[in-house]
Design a binder for this molecule. Sequence first.
Ligand code: ADP
Length: 479
Amino acid sequence: MQTSEKKKVLFAASEVYPFAKSGGLADVAASLPKALAKEFEISVILPFYSSIDVEKYYIVPLDLSYTINMNQKNYEAILYGCSYEGMTYYFVKSPCISEKEYFYGPPDQGYEDNAQRFTLFCRVIVELLKEDQAYSILHLNDWQTALAALLVKEDENLQLKTVYTIHNLAYQGIFNHSTLHEIGLSEHYFNMDALEFYGNINLMKAGIAYADSITTVSSEYAKEIQTETFGCGLNGFLRYHQHKLQGILNGIDTKVFVPETDPHIFQQYSSETLKKKRENKKSYLKSSGLKGIHKPLFIFIGRFTWQKGIDLLIKILDETADLDINIAILGEGETAYHQKLEKIASLHKHIHLFFGYKEELSHQMYAAGDFLLMPSMFEPCGLNQMIAMRYGTVPIVHRVGGLKESVHPLEVFDPKSKKGFGICFDKPEPEALLQAIKVSVSLFKTSQYKKVRKHNMKCDFSWSSSAKKYAKLYHDLEQ
Ligand code: ADP
């Protein structure tokens, strides 16, 4: 297909790897557009944060600037751009977005003007679409971009279709009622069918109500968010809009997470040379100060929040001292968790903690680990378990959301299956996690363990099948 015949898509997200990443959204916003680029002319737009490395990625100002008026206040924005690995990226630069240290706010809090910052981002997206009417699809992600669905729908000059993807329903962009005016919207939107949410405004509701199609990142999560337990107060609203909701499982970027060529790891390896994985473990143990190559190494990588099951982990860490294992934890998040983890780690030599966000280190840990701990209380999709399986690290997961869909219990292991396998537990309780770790310890030396890790490495966790579903959705919407 010639480029000119391709449908034009604008993909908007608040973080995109490698420019800005704090979690899975950035991975998806990088890898899904790439997977769709053969079939669509797709560009990606994100906010211009102060931490973005302009020189490394040759990011330059474009000849496009905007003055956005909200509540009688002018916000100046300039569009920057770059081409990276064959894709076009746009960056929205404005003092309120770009002169702050963090993406969303310091640990434990969001910036007070986040509603204005991300509404400005949405309004610039809409201006860009008005200038270039060739776009036929706008793909929005999470609450930071949700308002663009409303702005597009309410603009009679714009005919394009919008897709809204919920990556995590727990973060909805809730602000007090007066914010509605500060972001330049009238009282007309303060009702239950639009933005009103228990007396506040909820920006995610704009995506749900006004997008032409809603997706979320696994079929399981699509079902779960319509229940009271996982619906975060929006279950009824989502059920009302369920005719346009579907779950599409995320994939991982098989160019980034690839042990055969990963430049960050000590020793590259494949399913055929799995023995070499041990060199990564050796190297990691040396650098972390952990002792005992014969002991199974459990890794945990992620945000320290209730969602990720960090409470369960903290509760059992003392008891793991008797198990002849090592545990390596990488992450950052709520201060209370940092303090608790630090205290426990100071008492035990088998636990290594690294606070912070470290992309290279995470790759080294996936390569070094024997088991990945992922006891999430809820998990929309989860990427860690897929990355771990790709690196021959067997996941231990609470069967929920995307974890349930992507990790199948070892009890039903079938070497002919194309699915990935791991150790699964049903109740998100500390005892269940501890029991799963004990099961892993007994499994570790068996031939079945070797078979499973080799099997998992050969599974396809790429975007290939899910990107087709998004492509179909884009085409269907246009009809
Ligand atoms: P989230 O809910 O945080 O988006 P996902 O499982 O969807 O979780 O994606 C997490 C992604 O972020 C994975 O690529 C994981 O390796 C990475 N990650 C999480 N925390 C860290 C960290 N502290 N350092 C490096 N990478 C991290």
